[in-house]
Design a protein around this ligand. Structure first.
Ligand code: GDP
Ligand code: GDP
Length: 454
């Protein structure tokens, strides 16, 4: 019943510019008259910054640029058409299906005063399968008296309804905060929007072999790419074709031209490392296999985890590793890398080329994990089982109940647990461990936060 005919997202006369293509997309869906347009106007502050405008009988989707707390994103309003009553459920369900495949987050707007209609139920049913995060908006909650009606929308099975009044502005600030927490900082690129090579940062302390590795990887002239359609390459980056796809190694200018070890160079190197990590989706951290893991290595590792980037650890100079060193390295790994056991490790030699070809599969695994989304249904049946087998420890004589979980974001995978009480750090770590065992997130940090409901 899903007719894809008229719904291509970028089939437009006025192409959005490059920068806009890189913004995440929020889709607003719901049946007519629930207040979608009113909400969209509220979100964009009534600035008519139209990115795309496709008027038509069945095709009417308008994209606006919005800005909240300094972050820019696109809002896609799917309202405006006038379907006949018969086609309504199908049309709204189709709208939701398109949003699931193209947007980075979805707002399902429901009229709290009217309550959940058959059409709302039909859309909710589609959206419960969604791997794209869905926020349920209970609109027309103009004052506290309607709050109870909003709570009734839990029945839609999409988690906590967010009560707002689009026309009065009540609750919309909180809603936008939640939207920002949910939207990834970069848009998905499996859809039409934001296509481009994956961005990799090659980092590690001076002399660990970064430029040697880059040279090795791009040694074959044919693998160095100078132009990718639709991509503007920052002159400090390098495009390299590996394993059949093009990768963008960020901020490699300093690697290609050896920079002198001037006074303070380490400070600037560290700033630059931080910048490269921020700019990348994936970090390949080089460690010197022949030398002890240093504090500087640990600092860079901390930066990667804090920034929430995918990670592969490469032990370079493996040609210098003998039996004794292999033994001491094993205990160093246990001691110093215990918090990143999820990162794939490869033992390579940039000098001899040993095992360098193992890097690319590890990089792909890490990015797949980083992008991975677990459906709300799968997540909650897993959660139910784990919590039943090992309930959280009592706090103040009470057993906190874990109500519901949702994956709020990808890149990195970010989960929110709704509970009736505080969960101890040890139990949260236990859940994260079980989550990794069940769904596997090799190469990606995973974030779990807890929201306590009164
Ligand atoms: P759309 O079909 O989703 O585009 O809905 P509209 O934004 O056009 O709104 C439909 C009707 O609901 C209009 O008359 C709006 O003024 C009204 N409306 C929208 N939001 C609210 C709200 O928060 N409270 C009240 N009381 N009415 C609202
Ligand atoms: P960078 O500062 O991280 O870019 O490190 P370089 O690539 O300039 O390498 C520093 C030194 O380590 C150079 O003398 C390289 O030849 C050497 N080197 C790099 N990789 C390897 C390796 O895998 N094995 C050995 N034995 N030496 C290496």
């Amino acid at each position: 019943w899903i007719d894809e005919g008229d719904w291509s997202v970028l089939d437009i006369a006025d192409e959005p510019d490059d920068e806009q293509l890189r913004l995440p997309v929020l889709a607003v869906v719901g049946r007519p008259n629930v207040g979608k347009s009113t909400l969209v106007n509220r979100i964009i502050g009534r600035r008519e910054a139209v990115v795309e405008d496709v008027p038509g009988v069945t095709r009417d989707r308008v994209t606006y640029e919005a800005d909240w707390a300094g972050r820019r994103f696109l809002v896609q309003d799917t309202g405006g058409w006038e379907p006949d009553a018969k086609g309504l459920q199908q049309a709204v369900a189709r709208q939701a299906d398109v949003a699931m495949r193209t947007a980075d987050a979805i707002l399902l707007v429901v009229d709290a005063v009217v309550g959940a209609t058959a059409t709302d139920e039909a859309v909710a049913k589609v959206l419960r399968r969604s791997k794209t995060p869905v926020i349920l908006v209970a609109n027309k909650v103009d004052d506290a008296r309607v709050e109870a009606e909003a709570a009734a929308l839990w029945s839609l099975g999409l988690g906590e309804p967010q009560p707002i009044s689009a026309s009065h502005g009540r609750g919309t600030g909180d809603l936008l905060d939640l939207v920002l927490a949910t939207l990834p900082s970069t848009p998905r690129d499996d859809g039409v929007i934001g296509v481009g090579p994956r961005r990799v940062a090659l980092v590690g302390k001076p002399n660990v072999g970064k430029s040697s590795l880059l040279n090795k990887l791009s040694g074959d002239e044919r693998s160095v790419v100078h132009d990718v359609a639709g991509t503007t390459v920052d002159p400090v980056d390098s495009l390299v074709e590996l394993g059949g796809r093009v990768w963008r190694f960020v901020d490699t200018a300093g690697l290609r031209k050896r920079v002198g070890q001037a006074k303070g160079a380490e400070f600037y190197a560290s700033l630059r490392t931080r910048g490269a990590i921020e700019a990348a989706e994936l970090v390949v951290l080089l460690l010197d296999a022949a030398e002890p893991i240093t504090e500087q290595d640990q600092r860079v590792l901390g930066m990667v985890v804090d920034a929430g980037r995918a990670l592969v650890i490469a032990f370079n100079k493996w040609d210098l590793v003998d039996e004794d060193r292999r033994y001491t390295l094993r205990s160093e790994i246990e001691r110093d890398l215990a918090h990143v056991t999820w990162a794939p490790r490869v033992n390579i030699s940039a000098k001899t080329g040993r095992a360098v070809q193992k890097l690319v599969p590890a990089m792909e695994t890490a990015l797949d994990s980083w992008d991975k989304r677990i459906s709300t249904g799968q997540l909650n049946s897993w959660l139910k089982e784990v919590v039943a087998a090992t309930p959280p420890p009592m706090r103040g004589g009470r057993l906190p109940r874990v109500l519901f979980a949702t994956q709020a974001a990808t890149r990195p995978p970010t989960f929110v647990l709704f509970t009736t009480g505080f969960l101890e750090a040890g139990y949260r770590r236990f859940l994260e461990r079980r989550l990794r065992e069940e769904f596997g997130f090799d190469g990606s940090p995973v974030r779990v936060s807890v929201r306590v409901r009164e």
